[in-house]
Design a protein around this ligand. Structure first.
Ligand code: MRU
Length: 365
């Protein structure tokens, strides 16, 4: 996607230094900063501290982290140690384990001398595959958008939660791919962007992305979605996923479940953009997905820019009030209208998921 006229992906390897470059998402929307990852520790911290975030990007960042680890030491012991270490950076998005397993499968049979180059090539392949998958999700999703738009007069109003945009992937985004494709092809659409407390990925990232691409959008408080649905102002909801289980339960950013409930109550279609890299065929029930618990300070404090451009963090709760910060929740499959995958839109149930990606079922068995 373009930033001020220049094409960017969210992660790439710097040709001169061999280091890995990322867009530091903790600085957005106030500053566009490129950060450099020089070793496996930098990659671990970039994921854990959410300089890179979003399930697909977390996976690719871990793959590049392994590239950096093997550049220093390509032995069997270090391949295993670095992969195990990177896997601990965040617990919920299955893409992390998925990408690291892929890298180990490709690299382990090779002699150590060949691993650094192959690791770099494979991380690039995973990055390219993510772009192609999201492109395809965009095409399938757009067909549904068009169908919904044809049933009404006027613009299609879409609600999204968190950031499942290009910043959460290598490019395109998952939930935003049909939005960008629709906008580019002249479909009259508008996006309600949930602010997504406590880390405000909607306000800081999704709104920033959409603004840069000229997509009509309106930022809303997380609590406004149900009201807007009751008022008939939302034609569909589309969100991403950090992990969709083999039965179709969808784990995604905290608050997604409440939007699914409101959508269900108001007859609003609720779609999940779900690349196969985010489907966990080894876990059946959503209740078995590990939910990341993050620090209290994300709830008790907020960070923003002052009128003169300084970035400041302020307390918004009384000193001493404890806070709880689960980062994800699970939307039961029954509330999901459809999973938009790279192979088409499928029902959120075990049969449809098994039919769509039989090779993944086999690998998980
Ligand atoms: O904590 P985050 O910002 O990494 O959470 C991101 C989300 O929940 C996204 O919706 C999900 O990863 C899908 S990204 C295409």
């Amino acid at each position: 996607m373009k930033v001020d006229g220049r094409v960017f992906r969210t992660i790439w390897r710097d040709a001169q230094s061999g280091n890995v470059a990322i867009i530091d998402q903790t600085k957005l929307p106030h500053a566009f900063v490129i950060a450099e990852l020089r070793g496996v520790d930098d990659a671990w911290h970039a994921i854990a501290d959410m300089q890179v975030r979003g399930a697909p990007l977390i996976g690719v960042a871990a793959a590049y982290g392994l590239v950096l680890a093997l550049r220093a030491d390509a032995s069997d012991a270090n391949l295993a140690a670095a992969a195990n270490y990177l896997a601990t950076a965040r617990p919920t998005a299955i893409n992390l384990a998925w990408a690291l397993n892929d890298m180990r499968r490709v690299l382990a049979p090779l002699p150590p001398s060949q691993r650094p180059e192959r690791a770099f090539a494979r991380a690039g392949e995973l990055a390219d595959a993510d772009v192609a998958v999201n492109d395809s999700i965009g095409t399938h999703g757009l067909a549904t958008f068009r169908e919904l738009a044809s049933r009404k007069n006027g613009r299609l109003n879409i609600l999204t939660h968190c950031n499942a945009g290009w910043l959460a992937t290598v490019d395109w985004g998952t939930a935003t791919a049909p939005i960008y494709k629709g906008h580019e092809s002249g479909l009259d659409l508008h996006v309600f962007v949930d602010e997504t407390r406590p880390r405000n990925q909607g306000a800081a990232l999704t709104a920033w992305e959409l603004a840069h691409h000229g997509v009509p959008h309106t930022l809303i408080a997380d609590n406004a979605g149900g009201h807007l649905m009751q008022q008939g102002k939302v034609d569909l909801v589309i969100v991403g996923t950090d992990r969709t289980t083999a039965s179709g339960d969808v784990c995604n950013k905290i608050g997604t479940y409440l939007k699914a409930l409101a959508a269900h109550d108001n007859g609003v279609p609720f779609y999940v953009a779900a690349p196969s890299s985010s489907i966990d065929y080894g876990t059946y029930a959503g209740t078995d997905v590990p939910i990341e618990m993050r620090g209290e300070e994300e709830v008790t404090h907020m960070t923003g820019a002052t009128a003169d451009g300084r970035i400041e963090t302020v307390r918004i709760a009384p000193e001493g009030s404890p806070a709880l910060n689960p980062a994800f929740d699970v939307t039961p499959a029954r509330l999901v209208t459809g999973l938009i995958t790279e192979r088409g839109i499928i029902a959120a149930n075990a049969d449809a998921l098994a039919r769509a990606f039989p090779e993944r079922v086999k690998a998980a068995a």
